[in-house]
Design a protein around this ligand. Structure first.
Ligand code: 5GP
Length: 302
């Protein structure tokens, strides 16, 4: 049968309607994101009248959950898997059991949000050039509720680095003394060159004050912290792809080609360790990755 194209006026009307529907869904998401509306209210509205074409009903579950402040895409994917809801499902298209599971999960989450938050030690590791430094700098600048551990290192400062902010720059002798006097939580020699280590006392103080702590350290350091503090949360930062990691390493231009090749070899070994970690966060966009890391600390957003 020949296909009959709809008249232009109908097509224009349909396009208008689609734009309006998208805008209405965006408004629902924004109201959840701005905490003006609870996600429970959104789903209950969507399910109250199945005959009404409501934006709440045509919203995808994934979009609803990611608009909740402090829920990043990685966690949302995990939650949806646990609730047994397919990625493409819309709120209005859920079955009875899926609705019940989603509602129960949203209610339990609301109750948890009212409880006092427990401070956590989070370790951020990942391959060279993945952007660990950028993510932790973003957290330092945007989430003052998180204590960022400042490591000690025997490497000399780079231009622009500040003593006590980026690192404590110490001599080899001083580093030895810190170890001997039991002041380091972990230490490692990184890239076969300089020594780095995490001072213990500031972390203990911050945790005692109820502040979550972030350590941005290498793989060996992450393993040592796991042994010393099994309650620590280990997060692995991943590049969106191997090609992108290579591009970032070459693009930053801080290493010569021999050093780049050496670091890429190390990166392969580091990537192979990702399954030892509790969580993986993909660093596609720094602010988003930072939000996901902070989210894992369960601290209130600032
Ligand atoms: P950079 O010299 O480029 O600042 O850091 C080199 C590597 O050392 C990075 O992978 C960084 O995560 C790691 N690093 C920095 N501080 C520490 C630390 O206190 N302990 C360990 N184990 N690694 C660290």
């Amino acid at each position: 049968m020949p296909r009959v194209a709809p008249p232009d006026v109908d097509r224009a009307a349909a396009a208008h309607a689609a734009v309006a529907a998208r805008r209405a869904r965006a408004a629902v998401k924004k109201s959840v994101h701005d905490r003006e509306r609870s996600p429970i209210d959104v789903v209950e509205t969507a399910w109250a009248d199945p005959t009404a074409a409501l934006p709440e009903a045509s919203l995808r579950v994934r979009e609803l959950l990611t608009s909740i402040p402090s829920l990043g895409p990685t966690r949302v994917a995990r939650i949806m898997e646990r609730l047994d809801i397919a990625d493409s499902k819309r709120v209005g298209g859920l079955g009875v059991r899926q609705r019940r599971r989603l509602l129960e999960w949203l209610r339990a989450r609301e109750n948890r949000a009212a409880e006092p938050v427990r401070a956590r030690l989070v370790v951020l590791a990942g391959p060279t050039a993945v952007g660990k430094g950028a993510v932790s700098t973003y957290i330092r600048e945007n989430y003052p509720g998180v204590h960022l551990s400042v490591s000690a290192t025997t490497r000399p400062p780079r231009p622009g680095e500040i003593e006590g902010v980026n690192y404590f720059f110490v001599s080899d002798d001083e580093f030895d003394r810190l170890i001997e006097t039991g002041q380091m939580l972990e230490t490692a020699t990184v890239h076969n060159a300089h020594r780095y280590g995490t001072p213990r006392a500031p972390i203990e103080h911050a945790l005692a004050e109820g502040k979550s702590v972030l350590l941005e350290i290498d793989l060996q350091g992450a393993r040592s912290v796991r042994r010393a503090m099994p309650e620590a949360v280990l997060v692995f930062l991943l590049p969106p792809s191997w090609e992108e990691l290579v591009r970032r390493l070459i693009g930053r231009g801080t290493e010569d080609s021999v050093e780049q090749a050496r670091r890429l070899e190390t990166a392969k070994i580091e990537l192979a360790a990702q399954d030892e970690f509790d969580y993986k966060v993909v660093n596609t966009e720094v602010g988003q990755a930072a939000r996901e890391v902070v989210d894992l600390m369960a601290i209130p957003q600032t």
